[in-house]
Write a protein that binds this ligand. Structure first.
Ligand SMILES: Nc1ncnc2c1ncn2[C@@H]1O[C@H](COP(=O)(O)OP(=O)(O)OP(=O)(O)O)[C@@H](O)[C@H]1O
Ligand SMILES: [Mg+2]
Length: 398
């Protein structure tokens, strides 16, 4: 039942695979449900591969005619996504329920079921996933913040390096900066570090990637930030494949609070793998017509890729430039509000040429304040909780 309260919840993104008696009817009911966004359906996981791996799914609903747990069908889904899987069966047995206890399955639903029960089970599965510690990991589930613009020179690297530095130094977040401008990345040089190893060395190293191995390939910046730089030679970029990058980000999430990704102005394979896992996409704009034109195209591409719009934040760089264009013109061209403004400041190129992030080089500059406030905003709920905790002892004393 839809109430004014639950219609405002973010809808859960579900994909349906497989089939069983009554599954089609259930899919129809879910498609019309206000809390569910049914992304699509396919008879097998292989047929739905693109949506399963790139659909930002919250859950997969898998219909099966089997009376016992369909291990092969589950394995096929797991090739494409780590989203929780709920099995829907028309001929399930108590044996299936028992098997599900030990398997990588969020729930088993035996049809017929009221659609509300199914929606509740999906919500429960996505909720426990968001709160469960990663298996074998530290319990972290780092936020991935990707800095992108379809136009070169808009300030992606300045923003990414300074945001990551501010998170590490001023917000005390365990932060990784990943340079995904694979051919001409210059994050390391802007931070003034000379790395011995790069992302290339990591992806060509033999053996399975885990958090310890990742730690062996990062370079520490004096702010406390860890950096995984771009390959030293442009031709090495192609060895950083989509699959390798996907795994790298999953592992990085287990040991960092935040992973800031600097990018190039292209939607290449590794970038798509990053978008699939991105929690916040900082889309950089500036007050110029060609950038706006390309940003509009980029927004259309993101929509085609089913990238959730609510994860996009428009950042207006050089926001105070007097160039005959105003912020509201940017907003109406993009159909989105500007979330963060970063002013133009001479301190930036000066800091870049010194190999120091401006947030450290010129702490008091407006541009540094703007980027620090962006860093603070990335964890707003927790910030409120922290403040609450600080207030509590005083409260208890009174
Ligand atoms: N807010 C700002 N104020 C002054 N200068 C800036 C600002 N932002 C960026 N710049 C300057 O613009 C130059 C380009 O910025 P940056 O390298 O971050 O762009 P980019 O989007 O990463 O470019 P590319 O697409 O080539 O990677 C920098 O060298 C910097 O000096
Ligand atoms: Mg750059």
């Amino acid at each position: 039942m839809s109430t004014p309260e639950n219609t405002h919840r973010e809808r859960v993104r579900v994909y349906a695979t497989g089939s069983c008696e009554g599954f089609e009817k259930l899919r129809e009911s879910l498609a019309g449900h206000p809390e569910v966004e049914l992304i699509g359906a396919s008879a097998s996981a292989a047929e739905g591969a693109a949506a399963l791996s790139g659909g930002h799914l919250d859950a997969v609903l898998h219909g099966t005619r089997s009376a016992s747990l369909p291990a092969d069908e589950l394995a096929a889904i797991r090739e494409h996504t780590r989203a929780p899987v709920l099995i829907v069966a028309s001929a399930g047995s108590s044996r299936m329920l028992e098997q599900a206890l030990d398997a990588d399955v969020a729930d088993v639903l035996l049809l017929p079921q009221l659609v509300e029960n199914v929606v509740f089970a999906i919500r429960k599965a996505t909720h426990s996933r968001a709160h469960a510690p990663a298996a074998g990991g530290s319990g972290r589930h780092g936020r991935i913040v990707t800095v992108f613009s379809p136009k070169g020179g808009t300030g992606k690297t300045v923003t990414a390096t300074n945001l990551a530095t501010a998170l590490a130094k001023f917000e005390q977040r365990k932060t990784l900066l990943l340079d995904l401008d694979l051919q001409f990345g210059d994050a390391a040089i802007m931070l003034g570090i000379e790395p011995e190893k790069t992302i290339y060395d990591l992806v060509v190293a033999p053996g399975e990637l885990d958090t310890e191995k990742l730690a062996g390939y990062t370079t520490k910046h004096l702010s406390g930030l860890d950096v995984l730089p771009a390959p030293l030679r442009p031709e090495d970029a192609e060895l950083v494949t989509e699959a390798k990058l996907g795994r790298l980000l999953e592992v990085a999430r287990e040991s960092y609070d935040c992973i800031v990704v600097d990018t190039s102005p292209f939607f290449h394979g590794p970038m798509l793998a990053t978008l699939d896992r991105t929690d916040e996409l900082l889309l950089l704009s500036s007050l110029d017509v060609p950038t706006l034109k390309n940003l509009r195209l980029a927004l259309q591409t993101l929509e085609l890729l089913s990238f959730p719009k609510q994860r996009i934040r428009i950042v207006l760089n050089r926001s105070n430039s007097k160039v005959g264009m105003k912020q509201n013109e940017v907003e109406s061209a993009l159909g989105m509000k500007v979330r963060y403004e970063v002013p133009s400041d001479r301190a930036v190129p000066l800091a870049v040429n010194r190999g120091k992030p401006v947030v450290l080089d010129e702490e008091g500059a407006d541009v540094s304040r703007a980027i620090r406030s962006m860093a603070k905003n990335l964890f707003p709920v927790e910030e409120a909780a922290k403040k609450q905790r600080r207030l509590l002892p005083a409260f208890a004393r009174s």
